[in-house]
Design a protein around this ligand. Structure first.
Ligand SMILES: O=C(O)CCC(=O)C(=O)O
Length: 276
C-alpha cells in the first residue's frame, strides 16, 4: 500500500476519526425522504417482496422468521431501489471522503439491521462486542475499510444505540470479539484492554438520517432496545482506493466488488481515479 502522501489536508472530523476510530454525524446527512423510502423498502424485504426481482444474499433473518429476533439481511440494496438510493447517496460518499481523504469510496457490502424493542421485563437482541475486521479476512492487510452506520429511526439512548470504544482501532486485531455473544457484559469483562489504555464508550445517538462512521478495528456492540419502537439502520461497509482483496481474488464478501449494480462507487475525485 502507498503511504498517505499526497492526500488533501484533513478536517477536524478527519482528525477525530483518526484519533477515536469513530465519528458521529448527528444530523440528517441522508435526507428525510430518502430515509423514509428506504424504511418502506425494509418492510417490503421483511415481507419477502423484491422489487428488482433479485433477492438479498443468504441472511441470518429471512421472511417468516421471528420478528423478535435481530433482523439482519445481507445486501438488501440489490432487492429494492429505495434502499439502493440510500446506500448510494452521494452525501455518504462526500462525508466518507472527507474523513479519509480518499479519492474513491465504494460500498462493498451492506447489512440491513432492525433491532426490535424488548417487551417489558424481557431482553431483546443485542450485538456483542466485536471488531469488523475479524469477519473481513478476504481483504489484504492494510486495506482501508470502514463502516457508515445510517440511522433510519430515532436512535435514542433507550433504543440500544451502537456503542464504540474510543481509540480501540489502535489496539490491533484482538481476536476476542463475537457479534453473537450471548452475554455482552461478561464478554466485555473478558476483553483484554492493552496496558496504558482505557475502555471509554461512545454512544451513537442519532436522528433518522444521522450517520456514525467507524474503523474496521474499532470495538463496538449494542444493547437492548427499550424505546418501544424498532431501531432501524443500515451498516454500509466501505472501502477506498487503498484496499485490495487478498491475492486480488473475488470471493466471499469481495465477490461483488466489480459490479457497481451491487457495489456502487459513491465518491470519485474529479475522475483522477478511474475505476476501483
Ligand atoms: O447495529 C448494531 O448494533 C451493530 C452494527 C455493527 O456491528 C456494524 O455496523 O458493524
Amino acid at each position: 500500500m502507498d503511504a498517505l502522501d499526497g492526500r488533501p489536508e484533513g478536517s477536524a472530523a478527519r482528525a477525530a476519526f483518526e484519533h477515536d476510530g469513530v465519528v458521529l454525524l448527528p444530523h440528517a446527512v441522508v435526507p428525510e425522504a430518502i430515509v423514509r423510502g428506504a424504511s418502506a423498502g425494509m418492510d417490503a424485504l421483511m415481507r419477502g417482496e423484491y422489487e428488482t426481482g433479485v433477492p438479498p444474499q443468504p441472511s441470518y433473518w429471512n421472511p417468516g422468521d421471528d420478528p423478535g429476533k435481530l433482523v439482519k439481511i445481507e445486501m438488501p440494496q440489490v432487492a429494492n431501489r429505495a434502499i439502493m438510493a440510500l446506500v448510494a447517496h452521494p452525501a455518504l460518499g462526500r462525508a466518507a471522503a472527507e474523513l479519509t481523504g480518499a479519492r474513491m469510496v465504494q460500498v462493498w457490502w451492506v447489512q440491513l439491521l432492525i433491532k426490535p424493542s424488548a417487551d417489558p421485563g424481557h431482553t431483546s437482541p443485542h450485538v456483542g462486542w466485536h471488531q469488523d475486521r475479524q469477519y473481513w479476512k478476504q481483504w489484504e492487510e492494510g486495506s482501508e475499510l470502514f463502516t457508515a452506520w445510517v440511522a433510519c429511526s430515532d436512535v435514542t439512548s433507550e433504543a440500544g444505540p451502537v456503542r464504540h470504544v474510543r481509540g480501540s482501532h489502535r489496539w490491533g486485531l484482538l481476536g476476542q470479539g463475537d457479534f453473537f455473544a450471548p452475554d455482552a457484559e461478561r464478554q466485555r469483562d473478558q476483553i483484554r484492554v492493552p496496558p496504558g489504555q482505557s475502555w471509554e464508550e461512545i454512544e451513537a445517538v442519532l436522528p433518522p438520517g444521522g450517520v456514525s462512521f467507524h474503523d474496521q478495528l474499532t470495538l463496538h456492540g449494542s444493547g437492548t432496545n427499550r424505546s418501544g419502537a424498532p431501531r432501524r439502520s443500515f451498516a454500509i461497509h466501505l472501502r477506498t482506493e487503498r484496499s485490495r482483496p487478498v491475492g486480488d481474488r473475488r470471493e466471499g464478501l469481495t465477490r461483488f466488488i466489480d459490479d457497481e449494480g451491487y457495489c456502487p462507487v459513491i465518491h470519485r475525485d474529479g475522475g483522477r481515479f478511474a475505476r476501483p
